[in-house]
Every structure is written in C-alpha cells, then in structure tokens.
Design a protein. Structure first.
Length: 383
C-alpha cells in the first residue's frame, strides 16, 4: 500500500492532496504543524492518523528524528511539504529517509538558489521573459537611483528572511516615500527588489517536471481578480506565444523537479507577460487549478516515480473558480474601505462587492466537494 506523509496544516492545499490521494487509493497521513496541540483533531476524515508537530522542530535534528520515527512507524512511501523552509530542510536530510521513503523535493542547492528573487530574475532574462523596470535597493541612499518616471513602485524582498521587519509586497508612490520606507528597516541582508507598478491581471503557469527532466504537464491560468496580493479568482487561459517554451527553458536551467508555478503580470491588450516570480512547490492556486482538471498532487507523485501515471481528473464546466470563504472576507474588506491599489481590478468598493456577490453565485468554489462534505464543511466553518 502506498502511504504518503505530508508535513503541513489543515487548509486548501492539504484538502487537495487528500482528495487526489483518495482517487488513487493512496493513504495520506498528516503531521500537523501547529502551535495548537489539538488542531489536528479538527481535520477532515480524509487525513488519516494526524498527529501534532511543533513548528519549533522544523530545522532541528530533533525534528528529523521525530519525522524519521513516524515515517518508519507508518511505513511511508513518500514525504512531502509545501512551504519553503520545510522543503529545504527535508532536501538537506534526504539521506535519512531514502531509499525506503522518497522525499519529493529537488536538490537543496537549487532550492536555496531559487529562494532568491534576484537569482530568479537573472534566469528570467536569460530565457527571454519580459521583465518590468527593476531596481535593487539596500539602503535609504539607494532611493536616489530611481527616476521619478518609475513611480509608483512595487517593492518585494529578494529573500523574506533577509529583511527585518519582514514584508511581502509594498506599494511606494514617491521617492520620499521610498526613502522613508527604507529607513524603517533594522537590517537588509539581500536586495529589496523595486519594480514599476502596473495595474494588470496576473497570469499563473502551473507545471510539473519529473526527475528525468520531462515536463509532465503545463497549463496557463488568468487571474482576473486579486485580493491582498494573491489570486481571488482563476480562469483557464491559452498560452501566449512562446511563453510555455520559455517556462520549460527556465525550469531546465534552474534544475527544478516536481511542482512549480510561475507568476506573471499580464497585459491582455498586447498578450505580454511580465515575469514576477516562480515558486517550486504547491501554493495558493493548487486547489483552484484542481477544479480545472490539473491534478498537481498526482503529477507530483508521478514525477518522483511513486505512481506510474496520473489518474483522470475531470474539470469544472464553469468559466471561473474561486475560494468562496476568501470572497466573504473580500466583501467585508470592501465594505470597510480597506482595499488598496494592490487589489485588482481598480474599481470602486461597491463594484468590488458586486463582483464578489456575482462570483459567490456563479463561480465554482475551489473547496466544496460533495464527496468530501466533512472536509468542505470544516474548512468553511473554521475560525
């Protein structure tokens, strides 16, 4: 019996993995990374024998010992995770688990390299991606190098752990605003990336590459609505000319194996995609692309030889997929006037509320599944 052990917590990714494993008659076990001791008891019945795993154990030898003991106890075939820190940690200790239990992650060297967005931008330029005007900033004095014509800017750290206080994205409207923002850091150990801000939808490219270098699947999806800097709605979309080839060239140069997803800013008018970043793991749109028939967890298992083929996963006939729990939060924030320029499209609060109410009624929910009513209910009713 194939048994998969997943290191993470209850949420969209793990429900998606669980449902994929059920279709393949694979047993899934959860090591619930949470500071709440009993959190794993709230998980759906699809996640078998869930036990608590303290986040303080991640990155430690004690944590590896606990993992190794549990892997042996359940006779696990494969070990997976979906966030960056555990993935690097597991890759560095692959020898502890293999060959009896495969760690489904690429080499730690390629992982660490891709955690730097500066390194990603270098590869993006080499394969021919369009890249927004970019400035690398380390201190307040570097604000002077940015011309006034480049504003507004979207700022992101090259590596989140290298700045304190940490942040994900920040909109900057002037040179003075930029200088003041940079003065607020206790330390900056790698560049902060500043790129011209454009109010455009995103394009997401999901793919999976096997350990022998074959891209098993690759699909593009349009993000017509964004909330808090992430995808609020997703639609299937055809690849713009040459973009799929450039994505495949990128993953080959970076030696990526397993799951990956590219994020682009996309101009529908001229069909031009501007590279933002790539993540080499499952992520925030994994549950949504599953609804279109892109079974990322099953493809991941195939990429590492755990299964020989990917089972058929039928997609929705609806044009748009959303997480309806996120829609309710979006409606609340719209009513309170808490949306920002990062929330796309750039329309009034009332128009945002109208769009979300429409999607509540007409779009497919990425979580609800009548075959897993328990898991669907637990997710949508959690605090």
């Amino acid at each position: 019996m194939t048994r998969v052990l997943i290191l993470g917590s209850f949420g969209p990714i793990y429900l998606t993995v669980a449902r994929s494993c059920r279709r393949q008659n694979i047993e899934l076990y959860l090591l619930d990374v949470s500071r709440e001791q009993g959190a794993h008891r709230k998980c759906a019945s699809l996640l078998n024998n869930a036990i608590h795993f303290s986040p303080d154990l991640i990155g430690t030898q004690k944590g590896i010992d606990v993992l190794a003991e549990h892997v042996k106890r359940i006779d696990a075939t494969a070990l997976i995770a979906s966030s960056d820190k555990p993935l690097v940690w597991l890759a560095e200790h692959r020898h502890v688990f293999e060959p009896s239990c495969k760690v489904l992650v690429q080499s730690p060297e390629s992982l660490r390299s891709l955690l730097s967005k500066c390194n990603q931008l270098e590869i993006a330029a080499k394969v021919g991606f369009s890249v927004l005007p970019t400035f690398l900033l380390m201190c307040p004095e570097d604000a002077a190098q940015v011309p006034t014509t480049a504003f507004p800017l979207a700022l992101r750290p090259s590596r989140e752990v290298d700045v304190q206080p940490c942040f994900k994205v920040q909109l900057i409207k002037s040179q003075e605003h930029l200088r003041n923002f940079l003065q607020g850091f206790q330390f900056v150990h790698s560049p902060i990336i500043a790129q011209s801000f454009m109010s455009l939808p995103n394009l997401v490219v999901h793919g999976v590459r096997s350990t022998d270098g074959q891209v098993l699947a690759s699909r593009a999806f349009l993000v017509p609505r964004k909330f808090e800097g992430v995808s609020l709605a997703l639609e299937s979309y055809s690849f713009p000319e040459c973009l799929e080839k450039m994505c495949i060239d990128f993953v080959a140069r970076a030696n990526i194996t397993g799951c990956y997803h590219f994020e682009f800013l996309f101009s529908p008018a001229d069909k031009r995609a501007y590279f933002l970043e790539v993540n080499v793991r499952m992520g925030g749109t994994t549950d949504k692309v599953m609804q279109f028939g892109f079974d990322e967890p099953a493809l991941l298992l195939q990429a590492y030889g755990i299964t020989s083929s990917t089972p058929l996963c039928t997609g929705t006939k609806r044009r748009r997929v959303v997480n309806k729990r996120a829609l309710l939060k979006h409606i609340l924030w719209s009513a309170k006037g808490k949306l920002t320029e990062l929330d796309y499209p750039d329309v009034s609060g009332l128009r945002h509320i109208f769009y979300s109410c429409r999607d509540l009624l007409l779009a497919k929910d990425s979580i609800f599944d009548c075959r897993d009513f328990d898991g669907s209910l637990r997710f949508h009713l959690r605090k």
